[in-house]
Design a protein around this ligand. Structure first.
Ligand SMILES: Cc1cc2nc3c(=O)[nH]c(=O)nc-3n(C[C@H](O)[C@H](O)[C@H](O)COP(=O)(O)OP(=O)(O)OC[C@H]3O[C@@H](n4cnc5c(N)ncnc54)[C@H](O)[C@@H]3O)c2cc1C
Length: 472
């Protein structure tokens, strides 16, 4: 009897979970990926990936997890060949953090962020996975429920999608829910009698507004520029990020939390960017040619389902990616958490197989550890914005925030401290890493170098900025 795994959703979490399952030849014979979207055969926007219109960065932890799960897929190489770039977090970005401008190291490039359009990343990962094996097939269908009992899931009910005629039962030994933030898994589990899934929501009311521009002539080498929100300022958090992406384009995403939201009005876009704590993003785009309308996203809240904490969990079912947790996108974590979750599945498959007792529960717990790190970082910041819904800071949060705030200030004048912080923000080290005695001491002693008065630009970049902003 062939053993079948069914994955719901053909995006980051789904394709990587499929790749992990397909590699485990001794326990899985075939993997069927259900996707309700019509998938393009080249990098193009698609309906089921509305966030693809907004700026996305892939952290090095996510990149490495992808390379590990799809060995020989050459995802990084393919992305770079298609026009993606890698930017060292401590050298290749111009960033105004809450505590000041981060210095850019000329000697030390670390923590490379992969920068490309989400559509390119989506397509490249899917194509690399599909060409790496013949044991994965994608079927255009919408999952409408789970088959089985609270003890064991035995497949997926298909139906209810575009053009669907009725329901169909698809039997499987293993099911992965990777259907993203709109997952219906809580409802599906309740139909099996599991209703005790703890959930947390922390919602700063963030709205994202994004627009594409043609990169102005002469500005092709200008690095990504970012003005972050200040969660400690007592005002709505407003941020801006300009990413050079493939095709000679700049993708600019602006964000504002409740009370400080951007709008879809094109005239408001540059005005909003001018109102940030520094006008660098506005100055860069003022004269640039827009290539798209302004698109908004409100899918930005932190929401977590603690599947690992239910009293019962069925064999044969796991959830990964946004179906488990979503985060404020400004921290750039979602795709990497999805990839690290799929790596947790892969690691467990190396030890046992999908039919081993407790397998699903173990994977779910391992995936939750990755979520923990991203969740702590995102919620740890968002809980400070005005009118945030879902959580008020505790005494411990206040202490931690005072400490990390000081550390962020020290990081603006110390490569050692900024590198240590990057380890944590890129999900390569646990947050406990920041409590190491040597770092505690550096944080207490203060910055080694004085604060920068303006953006850390090379003379060439300064000339570009000056010409684009009309000499201001
Ligand atoms: C504005 C914004 C900016 C972001 N920026 C970043 C960033 O810089 N870096 C980063 O790492 N992350 C970022 N993210 C988060 C990132 O987009 C998600 O974390 C990531 O896409 C999660 O992948 P996923 O596979 O879990 O879900 P998704 O990418 O949402 O994919 C779910 C898939 O399931 C399909 N599907 C849904 N329901 C069904 C069904 N019933 N049956 C069949 N198929 C179904 C959908 O069509 C879709 O293809 C951002 C998010 C937003 C909203």
């Amino acid at each position: 009897m062939p053993r079948t795994a069914v994955v719901i959703g053909a995006s980051m979490a789904g394709m990587l979970a499929a790749a992990a399952l397909a590699r485990s030849a001794d326990t899985v014979d075939e993997v069927i990926v259900l996707e309700r979207d019509e998938l393009p055969d080249e990098p193009r926007p698609r309906k089921g990936l509305p966030q693809g219109r907004h700026a996305h960065i892939l952290l090095p932890s996510g990149r490495d997890a992808i390379e590990e799960i799809v060995p020989g897929g050459g995802v990084r190489k393919r992305l770079l060949a298609a026009g993606a770039t890698e930017r060292g977090l401590t050298s290749g970005l111009v960033t105004l953090g809450p505590q000041g401008w981060y210095r850019r190291s000329r000697h030390h490039e670390s923590h490379p962020l992969l920068v490309a359009s989400r559509d390119l990343i989506d397509w490249t990962v899917r194509d690399a996975v599909l060409t790496s094996t013949t044991r994965i097939s994608i079927r255009r269908a919408s999952a409408a429920g789970l088959l089985g009992t609270a003890e064991r899931v035995t497949g997926v009910r298909i139906g209810g999608g575009e053009g669907a005629v009725g329901n169909e039962d698809l039997r499987a030994e293993f099911v992965v829910d990777a259907s993203g933030r709109g997952t219906r898994i809580e409802h599906w589990l309740s139909e099996l009698g599991i209703t005790d899934i703890p959930k947390d929501v922390v919602d700063a009311g963030l709205v994202y507004a994004s627009r594409l521009y043609r990169t102005p002539e002469g500005a092709e080498a200008f690095p990504p520029a970012q003005v972050t929100a200040d969660p400690g300022g007592g005002r709505p958090g407003r941020s801006g990020l300009l990413l050079p992406i493939e095709g000679g384009r700049w993708l600019v995403s602006l964000g504002g939390t409740r009370g400080g939201e951007p709008t879809a009005d094109p005239d408001d876009f540059v005005r909003f960017a001018h109102g940030l704590r520094h006008p660098i993003v506005a100055e860069l785009i003022t004269g640039a040619e827009p290539l798209s309308d302004v698109v908004l996203s409100r899918s930005t809240r932190n929401e977590r389902r603690y599947f690992e904490k239910t009293a019962r969990w069925p064999e044969g079912l796991i959830a990964l990616g946004d179906a488990v947790a979503t985060y404020n996108p400004v921290y750039g974590q979602g795709m990497s958490v999805a990839a690290l979750g799929a790596r947790a599945l892969s690691g467990e498959l190396d030890r046992t197989g999908i039919l081993a007792p407790g397998f699903a529960r173990r994977v779910q717990r391992a995936a939750a550890k990755v979520v923990d790190a991203a969740w702590m970082m995102s919620v740890g910041q968002d809980q400070w914005f005005p009118d945030v819904r879902g959580k008020s800071p505790t005494l411990a949060d206040r202490w931690l925030s005072a400490y990390t705030g000081r550390m962020a200030r020290v990081a603006t004048g110390s490569y050692r401290v900024s590198t240590a912080m990057c380890e944590v923000t890129t999900l390569q080290a646990d947050a406990l890493h920041l409590l190491r005695p040597s770092l505690l001491l550096s944080t207490l002693l203060g910055p080694v170098l004085p604060p920068l008065a303006g953006p850390p630009l090379t003379p060439e970049e300064r000339a570009v900025l000056s010409s684009l902003s009309g000499g201001h």
